[in-house]
Design a protein around this ligand. Sequence first.
Ligand code: G
Ligand code: G
Ligand code: MN
Ligand code: NA
Length: 252
Amino acid sequence: FKIEEQMHGALERNELELYYQPQFDVKSQKIIGVEALLRWHNIELGNVTPDEFIPIAEHTGLIIPIGRFVLQQALSFLYELQHIHHKKLTMAVNLSPRQFRDAELLSFIKKSLSIAGVSAEYLELEITEGVLMSGQSHIHDALIEISNMGIKLSMDDFGTGYSSLSYLRQYAFDVLKIDRSFINGIPASKEDCELVNTIIAMAHSLGLMVVAEGVETAEQLSLLDKLNCNLVQGYYFSKPLPAKGLLSFLVD
Ligand code: G
Ligand code: G
Ligand code: MN
Ligand code: NA
């Protein structure tokens, strides 16, 4: 209850901040983009993790204004990265199921891209199977329109829910992100190695780029390279960083 009560004023009190976790190309080991991850610091509650507050934001509907704030912040930082720091990076933003019930979602995204002055191909929207499972037609239409706009669609946390091949075929996904619970098990667990191998091969057969999440060791990276994984994200390279921290990471 305390979290819900404090969440109502979090935006107005400027308590929300985006962190950015770099994503790297496995072969070149160069940074190719970042994922925006929301952080909340409240005077009374301290740091509250997104796993705690996102479900409450969803349930209360606060995810609508918060999600808009996230998109605007992320796109304005993307402009800065591209046009001030001359880094042609991509920006991945998480969308939760409730945001698709906002009739203005698509027009808001369009307007925000145009105000920020960045082109759609550099924006990637991450969704989980939870978004697709409802099977609602407005979600179907929204996903089609998102890809028609040139925005990249990414399937997040792949392997954890009711991940289904048919979702990947039915919608124009560009990216598949293997959940870090699988990456955690490699190379030690034979089963996880086999699963990761199979997921990568399947994704490639559907023309998707594959991101491994939660890469923490050189051994994991080297196996992912052998399995032809395209991109990696994880503490081995960098934790999520505040905007300033990311900028110093880029120049170092
Ligand atoms: O940053 P961290 O690993 O603690 O994130 C935990 C979860 O919160 C992840 O599943 C992530 O997708 C989700 N999350 C983080 N930031 C956002 C956001 O801006 N919007 C939504 N919808 N989810 C987010
Ligand atoms: O959106 P998604 O569910 O993928 O959220 C990513 C979450 O994973 C973020 O909260 C981020 O802080 C966390 N994370 C990113 N890299 C690592 C990692 O290497 N190890 C662990 N344990 N967590 C990570
Ligand atoms: Mn994500
Ligand atoms: Na994930």
